[in-house]
Design a protein around this ligand. Structure first.
Ligand SMILES: [Zn+2]
Length: 277
């Protein structure tokens, strides 16, 4: 049977503002509503950041707790993945929400450039975030902005810093980091299979116009897919995406094109080895 495709919706992120696209959910209430529609459209992972009232990025654990409560109520079964990404805070504040025990959290294991700055992930912070995820039974999603990050995940796995096989996400199309390059993408897949086994699940995210491209490459290659307003606010060059759900629907259509069934939340939890199946 063809492996069902897990669709992750990255609902908010740190960067896009309502001035860029009014559909970007900012308050917890908006986030829950937007996620519920995306869940009904086929997404089974919600990748979430929280924001302050002025739309600036936040690491506020109380906001994360309120979001988790709302998602558990309105999207039962959906996998909740909280961001420990670098824009929301410095140092250990980035992992302050991990005691809430979300199903998953993003984990960047190395540094690289972002559009206007360095995305700093020093080794001691990476090790600390990984240890917190182990302590609170939170499965990391390894954000691979570069090939070295996949090999770093393998070293951490071998050292017992990551409990299960790492779930690696290839991120392509961030300005000044790895572009959406098909040969590199194919080598990423080859590397994941070599290090973690032929059946190890992996996923991919593209930024801006590359979102649909990476969805297409990942879905046609047996991987899982990420969409959402965090990474891309448009349906095409001239059209703002009206919602996260609309971007999920676009990803579902790509699954149909390649005859990949869309994973249910039960299938997604089973494939990722998460509790609650
Ligand atoms: Zn994020």
């Amino acid at each position: 049977m063809t492996t069902p495709c897990i669709i992750c919706v990255a609902i908010t992120g740190s960067l896009p503002r309502k001035a860029d696209n009014p559909a970007v959910p900012v308050t917890v209430t908006e986030q829950v509503e937007s996620t519920q529609a995306a869940f009904e459209a086929g997404a089974t992972i919600c990748h979430a950041h929280v924001r302050n009232d002025d739309e600036t990025p936040s690491s506020d654990s109380d906001k994360f707790a309120a979001l988790k409560e709302g998602l558990e109520k309105h999207c039962p079964g959906m996998i909740i993945q909280m961001s420990t990404g670098g824009r929301s805070g410095a140092g250990q504040t980035r992992g302050g929400m991990l005691p809430l025990r979300p199903d998953m959290a993003s984990l960047s294991v190395g540094s690289n450039n972002f559009p206007t700055r360095v995305y700093e992930n020093p080794p001691d912070l990476v090790d600390w975030l990984a240890s917190e995820m182990l302590a609170h039974d939170v499965k990391p999603e390894i954000e691979a902005f570069d090939l070295s990050h996949i090999l770093r995940a393998k070293a951490m796995y071998d050292a017992g810093q990551i409990k299960d096989l790492p779930y690696v996400q290839f991120v392509m199309g961030v300005k000044n980091a790895m572009p959406a390059d098909r040969e590199v993408f194919d080598f990423y897949i080859k590397t994941v299979k070599r290090l973690f086994g032929e059946d190890a699940p992996w996923c991919a995210a593209g930024i801006g116009a590359q979102q649909a491209v990476l969805n297409d490459w990942a879905i046609s290659s047996g991987g899982h897919a990420r969409t959402g307003l965090e990474d891309n606010i448009r349906l095409d060059r001239d059209t703002l995406a009206p919602s996260n759900a609309a971007l999920v629907a676009r990803t579902v259509a790509i699954c149909e094109k390649y005859e990949r069934p869309v994973a249910t939340w039960q299938q997604a939890r089973q494939m990722l080895g998460l509790r609650g199946v």
